[in-house]
Design a protein around this ligand. Structure first.
Ligand code: G3I
Length: 297
């Protein structure tokens, strides 16, 4: 959810009424919370966390270590290895420590895999080396031993080079006793079925971690007619049904409340209408399909 929309009664009311958990969409990102080294600003994040507490919603913390929406002082590569490790430690400790007891689950590392399944070349990988990832989890665990720690990525929802690489990565982290509790499959999807979704959920769960859909949306071509909404509803229902079929698939989170606030229109020109509610906050067929799938019908 977005702090800048909290003053919109329709938006805030719908979030509180329809959901039991929220993810701040941008408010906890590094460029917002620590734009200058060691100077923290939690004003926007506090507004979302406060709203969630008032309405009895849990909060997913998003995100501690990610190569996007970084401040220039981190992104520009000017920090050496020790300085970047120290910055990462200070950042993770500040966020996880501040919200200890209020944010029970964190996306610790986001999108560390490249499209071919190799490691993504980021400032963290290039400066610290591949071990930055497990370092981040260990730092977060020490900052709040009770928090659920998640590795989160996209394009890994099914089988294929990147999905296979995710499985191998998580298997290694578990083997090395890195404190990881869950894997987040983002789920920025089209209406096409995801090959191997059920198998991916099952084999990740078999490693002894939870799985969840963390950023689900299903985009449609703008040119598609009204019947595309039925295909979208079917796609949402398939994903929710696949999650329900796996005991360790604990949660489905949707990215954006409604078609007016979704990031999809700007990120995927020519596509939109990706969420459960239309731009006037009216439930779409997808909303009803998700409810039915959650009830197992
Ligand atoms: O806050 C500024 C505002 O001051 C300025 O006037 C405006 C002008 O463009 O930009 C605003 O920042 C935008 C920010 O969202 C807040 O609205 C950025 O330009 C825009 O790039 C940013 O987009 C976010 C995107 O991550 C950036 O990577 C989306 O809202 C957010 O939904 C999206 O979320 C990511 C997840 O964190 C990780 N997984 C993928 C997902 C989709 O890309």
């Amino acid at each position: 959810m977005r702090a800048d929309l909290l003053g919109d009664g329709g938006y805030a009311g719908a979030v509180a009424r329809l959901f039991d958990s929220v993810t701040p969409e941008n408010e906890l990102k590094w460029e917002v919370t620590e734009s200058q080294p060691g100077h923290f600003d939690f004003a926007s994040a506090d507004r979302v966390v406060g709203f969630a507490r008032r309405h009895g919603l849990s909060v997913r913390g998003h995100v501690l270590v990610w190569q996007n929406q970084l401040p220039a002082w981190v992104a520009d590569g000017s920090l050496g290895r020790d300085a970047l490790v120290a910055a990462m430690r200070r950042h993770i400790r500040a966020l996880v420590g501040r919200y200890r007891g209020r944010i029970a689950e964190w996306d610790v590392v986001n999108e560390a895999l490249a499209e071919d399944g190799g490691p993504r070349r980021t400032v963290f990988y290039d400066t610290i080396g591949p071990r930055y990832l497990e370092m981040a989890f260990r730092i977060a665990h020490r900052a709040d031993p009770g928090a659920r720690l998640v590795y989160n990525d996209y394009g890994v929802e099914g089988l294929g080079p990147k999905g296979d690489a995710l499985f191998a990565l998580v298997r290694r982290l578990v083997r090395d006793r890195v404190p990881i509790d869950a894997v987040g499959l983002q789920g920025h999807l089209t209406t096409a079925p995801v090959p191997g979704l059920a198998a991916q959920l099952r084999r990740l769960a078999a490693l002894g971690v939870d799985v969840e859909l963390t950023e689900l949306d299903v985009r449609l071509p703008d040119a598609a007619g009204a019947d595309a909404l039925a295909a979208q509803a079917a796609a949402y229902a398939r994903v929710v049904g696949a999650c329900r079929a796996v005991a360790r698939c604990r949660r489905v989170t949707f990215w954006g409340l409604d078609d007016a606030d979704s990031f999809i229109d700007s990120a995927y020109p020519g596509y939109g209408r990706a969420t459960l509610l239309d731009g006037d906050l009216r439930p779409k067929p997808a909303y009803r399909a998700v409810l039915a799938a959650l009830r197992g019908r």
